[in-house]
Design a protein around this ligand. Structure first.
Ligand code: NAD
Length: 272
C-alpha cells in the first residue's frame, strides 16, 4: 500500500476502506475482509454507529496497531469544546483504542457556528498525543479560511465529496496551496450511475480494469486519498487492485471532462 505524508509527517495509506451505511455486525465482517485483502486504513464515524464492529475486526485481525490507520469523526451534535473532547472519549471507547490516527469534524455546520471552538478541542487532543493527526470533513473554502485565520494547527486533511462528476477543482487547489491533503468521500459516486458511463468501461477495457478501478486510479493520479466502500468481498478486493496500472494523460482528461458539479450529498454551506 502506498502512503502519503500528512503535513505533520504522519504517513497515511492513499487508499482506505469506508463503512458508511454498514450496520455494526456487517462492518465487522467487511473490515475483516478488507484487512485480509491488504487494506490498512479504515474510515468510520460516530454517525455510522459501527465503531464497535470496526474495533472488533481490528482486534481480531491480530495486525499490530502501528500498522493500522483508523479515522473517526465527531457528529454535528458533538460540536463545541467540551462536547468534542467527550466525543473523542466515546469514539475511542467504542473502537477499543487508546489513540486514533485521524480525528475529523464531520461537517462544519456553519449555522451552529461552533467549528472554531470544536477545532480547539481537536488541537488539545493532538497536543496531548491522543490522536496522530487532526482534520476536517466537508469544509468549504470559506469555513477553511476562517479556521486557518483563527486557529493554530493547519488541518492535515479535508475529507470531501469528490468523484468524476464533482471534481472539486477549487477546493483541491486551495488544499494544495496550504499543504492540506484531499480525501475523497463517495469516490465511486456511490456506484449510482457514474460507474455505468460507457467511457469508463471503454477506458477500463484497454487496461484490463473495471470502471470502478479506473475511477479509483483517476483519484490516485490526482493525488487524492480514497476510501471506497463495499460489503461484497469480490468488490472489496477489486477496489484495492489499482496500484498496478497508470492512466494516460488522455484518459485522465476524458475522466476530467465528466465533471458536472453533481453533488450526491448535502451542501456543506448549509447542512447541519
Ligand atoms: P462509494 O463512492 O465508495 O460507493 C460505494 C457503493 O458503490 C457501494 O455501496 C456499491 O454499491 C458500489 N460499489 C463499490 N465498489 C464497487 C465496484 N468495485 N464495482 C461496482 N460497484 C461498486 O460511496 P460511499 O460509501 O458514500 O463513500 C465511501 C466512504 O466515504 C463511506 O463509506 C464513508 O466512509 C465516507 N463518507 C464520508 C462522508 C462525509 O461526510 N465525510 C459522506 C459519505 C461517505
Amino acid at each position: 500500500m502506498e502512503d502519503i505524508d500528512l503535513n505533520n509527517g504522519v504517513p497515511m495509506p492513499r487508499l482506505g476502506f469506508g463503512v458508511w451505511q454498514v450496520a455494526d455486525d456487517e462492518a465487522e465482517k467487511a473490515v475483516t475482509t478488507a484487512l485480509e485483502c491488504g487494506y490498512r486504513s479504515i474510515d468510520t464515524a460516530r454517525l455510522y454507529q459501527n465503531e464497535e464492529g470496526v474495533g472488533r475486526a481490528l482486534r481480531a485481525s491480530g495486525i499490530p496497531r502501528e500498522e493500522l490507520f483508523v479515522t473517526t469523526k465527531l457528529w454535528n451534535d458533538q460540536q463545541g469544546y467540551d462536547e468534542a473532547l467527550r466525543a473523542f472519549d466515546g469514539s475511542t471507547r467504542r473502537l477499543g483504542l487508546e489513540t486514533v490516527d485521524l480525528f475529523l469534524i464531520h461537517w462544519p455546520s456553519p449555522k451552529q457556528n461552533r467549528y472554531v471552538e470544536t477545532w480547539r478541542a481537536l488541537e488539545k487532543l493532538y497536543a496531548d498525543g491522543r490522536v496522530r493527526a487532526i482534520g476536517v470533513s466537508n469544509f468549504t473554502v470559506d469555513t477553511m479560511e476562517r479556521l486557518l485565520a483563527e486557529t493554530g494547527v493547519v488541518p492535515a486533511l479535508n475529507q470531501i465529496e469528490l468523484h468524476p462528476q464533482l471534481a472539486q477543482r477549487e477546493l483541491r487547489e486551495f488544499h494544495a496551496r496550504h499543504g492540506i491533503a484531499t480525501e475523497a468521500w463517495s469516490p465511486l459516486g456511490q456506484g449510482r450511475g457514474l460507474l455505468d458511463l460507457p467511457v469508463l468501461a471503454e477506458i477500463g477495457g484497454r487496461y484490463g480494469k473495471t470502471a470502478a478501478q479506473v475511477v479509483l486510479r483517476w483519484h490516485l493520479q490526482l493525488g487524492n486519498v480514497v476510501i471506497p466502500k463495499s460489503v461484497t468481498p469480490s468488490r472489496i478486493r477489486e477496489n484495492i487492485e489499482v496500484f498496478d496500472f497508470e492512466l494516460s494523460a488522455e484518459d485522465m482528461a476524458a475522466i476530467d471532462a465528466l465533471d458536472a458539479g453533481r453533488r450526491l450529498g448535502p451542501d456543506p454551506a448549509t447542512f447541519g
